[in-house]
Design a protein around this ligand. Sequence first.
Ligand code: ADP
Length: 486
Amino acid sequence: MAPQIKYTKIFVDNEWVDSKSGKTFETYNPHDGSVIAKVAEGDKVDIDVAVRAAHRAFHRNSEWRLMDASERGRILQKFADLVERDAKYLAELESFNNGTVLSFSHSMIAMVLPVIRYIGSLSDKIQGDTVPADGEVFSYTLKQPVGVCGLILPWNAPIAMFINKVTSALAAGCTVVVKPAEQTPLTALALAALLAEAGVPKGVVNVVPGFGKTAGAALTHHPDVAKISFTGSVVVGKEIQQAAGVNNLKRITLELGGKSPLIIMNDADLTVAVPYAALGVFTMQGQVCIAASRLYVQSDIYDKFVEAAVKHARSIKIGNPADPTTQHGPQVDETMMKKVLGYIEKGKLEGAKLMTGGKRVGHEGYYIEPTVFADVKDDMTIAKEEIFGPVQSILKFDTLEEVLERANSTSYGLSAGIFTTNLNTALQFTKHVEAGTVWVNNYLKIDPHVPFGGFKDSGLGREYGLYCLDPYLEVKTVIVALSKKL
Ligand code: ADP
């Protein structure tokens, strides 16, 4: 049964309002392309209203600013309890709106609960230093919230992205205006309602659904927004970096795309490496920034690996994401489906060997078969560009030195992985590969305790881990002159 759609309006000052223009946009179920709901379409004027609310809530005398840090933490822990209470509904809503298979949506909620609890627990651990400055002075630093934050979300993991960004901003004491992706506005609205229920004062969290070029751009240009945190494509990330400097100097965190290399050495345990490599590229139909989209397999085991990878891909169960036994659902929309099919055609044209998959499944919804290409070369489009689809590209290499060079020959640097039973090989690889996260004998593991972010064009700044609040804080230095007389 379809989950109930409870919220479709703009959320400002803890209230639900229509867009000023009265406009709405349709949001779809990727399983069959049917319209799920009409959602208020926010534009510049609605962003202005939301930013004003967030700005009021950030005033030095506001309830939020005067609240004890430990109380902020308690509100976030309450929020975690509410997300846990509504876990089933949230997982179903996410799956319904973006096509993530239900079983994975449930795991995603299980993954975000520790994120809220971990980040929430940092609220009252924001501390400055006392500094031994020269002279008769007492010097110390204060860490203070940066201000109103614009949080721009992607469509691939809307709940996880909302939670990571919003809880970090709130734990730091900021106020926020969230702009969910136009494809997937529903779970952000449901989570905003839970934050209000948890006790977040009005104006602290505002959510404005709308499009990137209108609502998103209004947020990135707004002079009263102090910081933008964005997860999405490199192209838009670069636009945001520029927009952030037009009307004021916004702090920015960017978590962008990847073309992550996964290396399988001759000595790897293939019973572990083959399923991990598949998980790395087929999870969420390949719509993950950390997808293992360049799979380098060492020459001695290459043929054996390809055979096992093909067998694995063929065993993946495709179907309606709402069916709990489904392993592989649809791409998020028709545009993305066509883009991925275009890459598959390019792969064939440029001489990669299609081993399995490669086609759309049926005529309804946006399904693509898990696809495996062998004999992929570094200069082929499918080995260079981010596909964001279920396409495993398998390349061959001979030595660690060679594969390191090839792995690093990209403008991306989000993540990387290696499967080997040789410690020296693993440590050499982790030292030299240019990536923000490196997995050894596993892949895709994200954990709130460890920082996450990209090298090179894959991003700017880090999320998660002990530093996750730093991008939402300013450091203030205080120097007090001491009287020489005691
Ligand atoms: P994808 O390519 O994965 O669809 P995008 O990077 O285009 O992702 O979009 C991610 C988020 O960024 C969405 O919320 C989208 O509305 C927003 N967005 C797109 N273009 C802009 C822009 N020019 N300014 C601000 N936000 C934008």
